[in-house]
Design a protein. Structure first.
Length: 83
């Protein structure tokens, strides 16, 4: 059992701000990992985490998704980071 409750975007008892953020994240990513569900306990943290991801993965970039993934994969290999 998780120490931090994992909120669900489909649960009517999930507070509205958290539910809306989870639904937006799911529509953007296609699925949600439990990290998002845990962060939803503090909607500001989830929103900030999403903004960080956007900055790191370049939502506002001229690169295509394939080019961005190639750059990310190349940097991972060059730095011996095989997570």
């Amino acid at each position: 059992m998780a120490r931090i409750p994992l909120l669900s975007e489909d649960d009517p008892t999930t507070p509205s701000p958290a539910r809306e953020l989870l639904q937006a994240a799911k529509s953007g990513r296609g699925r949600l990992v439990n990290l998002y569900r845990a962060l939803a306990n503090h909607p500001a943290a989830l929103q900030s985490f999403g903004a960080l991801g956007g900055a790191v993965y370049g939502r506002d970039t001229s690169l295509t998704r394939k080019q961005a993934e190639l750059a990310y994969t190349t940097a991972t290999v060059v730095n011996n980071c095989y997570y």
